[in-house]
Design a protein around this ligand. Structure first.
Ligand code: C2E
Ligand code: CA
Ligand code: CA
Length: 390
């Protein structure tokens, strides 16, 4: 076998690898033909491969011994594919896809050669499969939960710091799970984002939030007509924004409940803004429909200022980590003063989230932050609970 620069030349009749060898690379046939055999007899030929075809990948994918032998049927030239080229990509892929692939490999291996069956069941492999399957099951339960109206919203009041009144709410979703109790959106939103499921789910969340806003606005109008109309902030993921028809769908929902879009603030997380061109045109369309836009979690990444430069938001939402740091580091207060000054000049409002004590609240008021949100003011609550405080 001649080796040079990831190319191997193998003479006709020679073995490239043998069943039972540990797999350390895969190959692409550049020239000639390769035969794969499950055992030494010619009847056990599994496949004949020609130019451009990949082989030897199975052992690499799940770090196992070769199930078949590969023999050069003619003089061949092979390109070596390092195992890391495959495994590094696999590690980054969806665990469900990994798990399904693993399962398929096991079935193929079983079919090819029962002698190797014992080797197939090792602990490590089982863990991967269980994780993936657990996720599939969880995802399936999530689909069902949406149908059964078990994905609900709670609402956290957002307070006007100057006037000391509830100015609006943030809709925060919850999954009422029959066994796990209330599941945090951190768990299931990410799961829904991995598939297109976030799109129907997001629309349902949007629908409930608009419906509730309409009735809360009516109550506010009756009880305190001198105060401005209440607004509703709704979190939206990048996958939702990019889905065709999403904007029209939310416009129709607002219409359905006779909610003026100017009272809906769409919250987009700082880290989700990646494709400026796409998001910028989406934001323009969104503004033309009258919706308000809020840059969520400002101050957590390094790109917040760039986003403000490139994109037209109405509101900056200061992340709770930043608000928390005010308690520990006096420099944060100076930085916040600069952010508030900048926002005022750019005619944007500022919301600070994660207010957990009176000192925080006083500091933010003194700096001139417009709105506050946090456990010290109000926790997220059901509509029933909201009715008691409005
Ligand atoms: P977020 O948009 O940054 O929402 C604020 C989170 O901070 C909420 O957590 C809220 O309950 C929590 N929080 C509020 N005040 C305080 C406080 O004083 N201290 C502390 N430590 N936390 C406070 P939650 O409800 O668990 O939501 C987590 C994240 O899940 C949200 O972060 C948002 O990114 C996402 N999320 C929630 N609902 C939805 C949704 O309907 N759609 C999408 N796409 N994402 C959602
Ligand atoms: Ca948010
Ligand atoms: Ca946030």
């Amino acid at each position: 076998m001649g080796i040079g620069n990831h190319i191997v030349r193998v003479k006709k009749g020679m073995e490239i690898f043998h069943a039972g060898d540990q797999a350390d690379c895969a190959y692409i046939v550049e020239e000639g033909r390769v035969a794969l055999h499950a055992s030494h007899s010619d009847e056990s030929r599994v496949a004949t491969l020609g130019k451009g075809e990949l082989f030897g990948e199975m052992g690499v994918i799940n770090s196992e011994a070769r199930t078949v032998s590969a023999i050069a049927e003619t003089d061949v030239v092979l390109l070596i594919i390092d195992s890391e080229q495959i495994t590094s990509r696999l590690q980054k892929s969806d665990p469900i896809i990994r798990s399904i692939m693993d399962l398929l490999l096991r079935r193929i291996r079983n079919m090819l050669n029962n002698n190797f069956h014992k080797d197939l069941v090792n602990d490590n492999q089982n863990v991967v499969v269980t994780e993936g399957m657990h996720k599939i099951r969880f995802e399936k339960e999530l689909f069902q939960a949406l149908d059964d109206d078990k994905i609900i919203n709670v609402y956290q009041p957002i307070v006007c710091l100057d006037g000391n009144y509830i100015a609006g709410f943030e809709a925060l979703s919850r999954w009422q799970h029959p066994v796990k109790g209330m599941v945090s959106p951190f768990e299931f939103i990410t799961l829904a984002e991995e598939s297109d499921f976030i799109i129907p789910m997001g629309l349902k969340i949007f629908d409930s939030a608009c419906k509730e806003l309409r009735s809360l606005q009516k109550i506010r109008q009756q009880n305190q007509p001198e105060l401005p109309h209440l607004f509703m902030s709704i979190n939206v993921s990048a996958a939702q924004l990019m889905a065709p028809g999403f904007l029209m769908a939310i416009k129709d929902i607002a219409n359905k409940y006779s909610v003026d879009p100017q009272y809906i603030k769409i919250e987009i997380t700082e880290s989700q803004v990646v494709d400026y061109e796409k998001i910028s045109s989406w934001i323009d369309d969104c503004r033309s429909f009258g919706f308000k836009l809020s840059l969520d979690d400002f101050g957590t990444g390094y790109s917040g200022f760039l986003h403000l430069l490139e994109l037209d938001f109405h509101t900056i939402k200061i992340d709770q980590a930043f608000v928390k740091s005010m308690r520990e580091n006096a420099k944060s207060i100076v930085m916040l003063e600069v952010i508030v000054d900048m926002a005022k000049r750019l005619e944007m409002s500022v919301v600070a989230e994660g207010i957990e004590n009176q000192t925080n609240l006083n500091d933010l008021k003194n700096i001139g932050v417009d709105y506050g949100q946090g456990y010290y003011l109000f926790k997220p609550m059901s509509v029933k609970e909201l009715l008691l405080i409005l």
